[in-house]
Design a protein around this ligand. Sequence first.
Ligand SMILES: Nc1ncnc2c1ncn2[C@@H]1O[C@H](COP(=O)(O)OP(=O)(O)OP(=O)(O)O)[C@@H](O)[C@H]1O
Length: 610
Amino acid sequence: MKMDKTKKVNPLVLERFRYSSEQLIEKPFNWKQMGRLIEYLKPYSKNLLLKSIITVLITTIVRLIIPIMIGVYALEKAIEENRDFSMLMWLVFAIAVLYLISYVANIYRIKWSNELGQNVVYDLRKHIFTHVQNLSHNFFDQRSAGSILVRIMNDTNSLQDLFTNGVINIFMDILMLFGVIIILFTLSPQLMLAVLIILPLMFLISTKLRRNIRRSWQFMRLKQSKLNSHLNESIQGIRVTQSFTQEKENMAFFNGVNEENYEAWRNASKKSAYFRPLIELTNAIGSAVLIWYGAHLIQTDSLSFGKFVAFAFYLGMFWEPISRIGQLYNQLLMAMSSSERIFEYLDERPIVDEKQEAIELHDIEGRIEFKDVEFSYDDKRQALKGISLEMKPGQTIALVGHTGSGKSTIANLISRFYDPTAGAVLVDGHDLRDVSLSSLRHQISVVLQDTFIFSGTIMENIRFGRPTATNEEVIAAATAIGANKFIEKLPMGYDTEVEERGNILSVGERQLLSFARALLADPRIIILDEATASIDTETEVQIQKALKLLLEGRTSIIIAHRLSTIREADKIFVLEQGNIIEEGNHDELMLHKGEYYRLIEAQFKVMRAI
Ligand SMILES: Nc1ncnc2c1ncn2[C@@H]1O[C@H](COP(=O)(O)OP(=O)(O)OP(=O)(O)O)[C@@H](O)[C@H]1O
C-alpha cells in the first residue's frame, strides 16, 4: 500500500495540533494501591468472589486428579498390573463424571468471574464520576474534558481484565502450580529435573518477550488515541477549518497520524507473530527431553509406563500457570499506572468545602455584599483586588469593563464556584462559606452566553431548570418568555430532539431557551452573562422583553454588553484590572465623564461606524 509520509507535512502544521495523550506506562508494584483496589472486591466477597473461587477450586482439583487416575490407576494398576477390566470401566466412568463436573464448574467460573469484573468496574466508574462531578471549578480549569474522559473510561477499562481474569486466575494458577510440582516430583524426581532445563527459556519468553509485545500494542493504542483526538477535533472544528480553507493541511496531518498508527500496528503485530511459534518451539524441546529421558528411565525400569503418561499430562499443566503468572505480573504493572491515575482523581478534594453544620438558605431576600474581596485563580495574578460592593434585593446590577477586568470572577464568587482569597462574600448577611452549597445554588440561576444544550428534547432542556416541573409548567415558562413561538414551529414542537451543541437552534433561540430554563427555576438571584453575538432586531426586541420578565423582582447581576441593558440597570459597577473604579446609575456616570463615559462613547462610535 502506498502511503503519504509524515515528512510531507509542513512542520508548522504539525505544531498546530498538540494532543496530551496520557501515556499508558507501567508503574512499580505498590501494595497500598493494590489494597485500595481490593477494597472494590469487598462487596462481592460473600457472593460472586466466593462463588468464583469455589468453582476455581473445583476445576483445579479435578484437573489435578484426572491424570493420576489415567496414568497410575487406569494404565498402571488396572491394565499393566492386574488386567482388571471392570476396574478400568469404573475408572473410565469416574473420569467422565469428573470431566463433566469440571466442565460445569468452568462454565460458572467464567460467568461469575466476568460478572465480578464488570461489577467492580461499574462501581469504580460510578465512584469516579460521582466524585468528579462534585469537584470545584479549579479542577476543571486545569484539565481538558478529554483527559477526564480517558480516566473515567480507559483507565477503568484497563482494570477490568485484572478483576475479571487476573484475581481469579491467580488462585487457580498458584494452586495448580503447587499441586503439579508436588505431583511431578512424586512421580519422577529425575525426569522433573531434566525437563526443568527449558524453564529459563520459558520464563524469558513469558516475561521479556511478552512485555515487549505488550509495549508495542500500548504504543499502537497511544497512536490510536491521537488519531481519535484529531478526528474528534477535526469534526468539532469543521466550520473553522472550512472557512479558513485548511482542509488540505488538516488532511496532511491526518495522513501523518494515520500512518503513525498503521506503522505502530504493523510493528506490534510483527512481534506478536513470533510469540506462539516460540512457545511451541519451547514446548517441543520440553517434549523431546521428556520422551528421550523418559524412554531411558522406562528402559532402566526406573519409571513405569503409566507414571510416564501421567507425567506427560502434568507437564503440560506445569507451563500453563507459569506463563499466566508472568502475564498477570505484567497486567499488574499496567494496572498500577491506571489505578494511580484513578486514585489521583479520587483523592482530589473540592476546594470549596461545605461546613459540617452549614446553614440552609430558604426564601432569601437576595441581598449580596462583597467585603474587601480579593481573589486569584492561580496565586500569581490577582483577578480581584479588594472589592467592596452591595447589591440590594430586587436590584438590577450591571458589571461593565474591559475584557479580563474581573466581571465573570465576581459572578463566579456569588455562586461560590471559588472562595475569595481574602475578604468575604455575603448573601442576606450570611458568609457563603457558612451556608450549604446546594441551598445557595438553588437560589441562583446562571445564564451563560453560550447556552449549553443537552442531547434530549426541548421540553427536557427547559425542565433542566426544575426537574420536578410538569409539562404545563415548562410550556407556561416558555410562553412567558416568548420562546413558544419558535418551539411550536419546530417539526415536533416541544418534543423535538436537539443535539449536544444545539446546532439546529439559532443563537437567539438558544438564549430564549436558557431564559425559559432560568424562569422555570424561579431563583431569587439571576446571574446573566449577556450574549455579545448580534441578532436580528425582531429577536433582539423579543429578548429584551423576555429579559425584563426574567429579571423582575430578582436580584440580577448582568455582565452587560448591550447599551439598552446597561441603561436600565439600577446600578452599574465599572471594573478595571480587578478594581471597581466607578459606580452609579447611567445618568450619574455619564455626568461624571469618567471611564464609563469613555466606554459608552466608544460603543457609540462603533455603532455609528456600523
Ligand atoms: N479559570 C481561570 N484560571 C486562571 N485565570 C483566570 C481564569 N479565569 C479568568 N482568569 C483571569 O482572571 C482575570 C479576570 O477574568 P474575568 O473572566 O473575570 O474577566 P472578565 O471581565 O469577565 O472578562 P471578559 O469580559 O473577557 O469575559 C483575567 O486576567 C483572566 O485571565
